[in-house]
Design a protein around this ligand. Structure first.
Ligand code: ACO
Ligand code: ZN
Length: 174
């Protein structure tokens, strides 16, 4: 079990060419960098207040990855929803993956996997029963990542994205 300090900062190191990459909790000062990564890497953009409200409400599972200069190179954010369970009508707490992205030049180093496993552990604090997410059916990189974490496709959400693309709705029991 970690100390109080560990739970707040939560440092992880991934060694990329001997330069440490740190995965830690997001702070208010990090939001600008998070938004920059999102705008570079994903077509779904959100207004500042959206990120801010995720940070205010679910700070534990909002994680960022920083390079050795402290620049934000990746992030993950979740929200928690009270919703019917995947296989019954009973109301459960769902951890809903809002967004994850890693800058192209830092891909395939295990950063997304670290962001995911780290934040999923933190989400347990919110007494999660299921993890859920949507992903573009064409996004095989992300689909592979989720499969690696044992997410399975529950169903397809037709025309889920503004451009008309379908989403896989993927779920995992916590
Ligand atoms: N080809 C095949 N599988 C891949 C690839 C690839 N190029 N990249 C990642 N994966 C899968 C693999 O299963 C990999 O495990 P492995 O290396 O043991 O085979 C696993 O993902 C973990 O790889 P990481 O190195 O941790 O992933 P990375 O840090 O490169 O980030 C991510 C993956 C986040 C999907 C990245 O490609 C990205 O930022 N893409 C653009 C943004 C995006 O699509 N985000 C997801 C949208 S859906 C949502 O946010 C709910
Ligand atoms: Zn969603």
């Amino acid at each position: 079990m970690g100390t109080e300090k560990d739970t707040r900062t939560n440092y992880f190191n991934i060694f990329n060419d001997k330069k440490p990459i740190v995965v830690r909790r997001c702070s208010l000062e990090d939001l600008e960098g998070v938004i920059e990564v999102n705008e570079k890497e994903l077509p779904e953009d959100y207004p500042y207040f959206f990120y801010k409200s995720i940070l205010d409400n679910y700070p534990e599972s909002f994680q960022v990855a920083c390079n050795s200069n402290g620049k934000i190179i990746g992030y993950i954010m979740w929200r928690v929803e009270r919703a019917p369970a995947i296989h019954s009508l009973k109301l459960m707490n769902q951890g809903h993956l809002v967004s994850i992205a890693v800058l192209k030049s830092y891909r395939r180093l295990g950063i997304a996997a670290t962001l995911l496993s780290n934040s999923m552990k933190k989400l347990k604090k919110y007494k999660i029963d299921d993890f859920v997410l949507e992903v573009r059916v064409s996004n095989y990189l992300a689909i592979n990542l989720y499969k690696k974490f044992n997410f399975t496709t529950h169903n397809i959400k037709e025309k889920y994205y503004r451009d008309g693309e379908n989403a896989y709705y993927m779920t995992l029991k916590a």
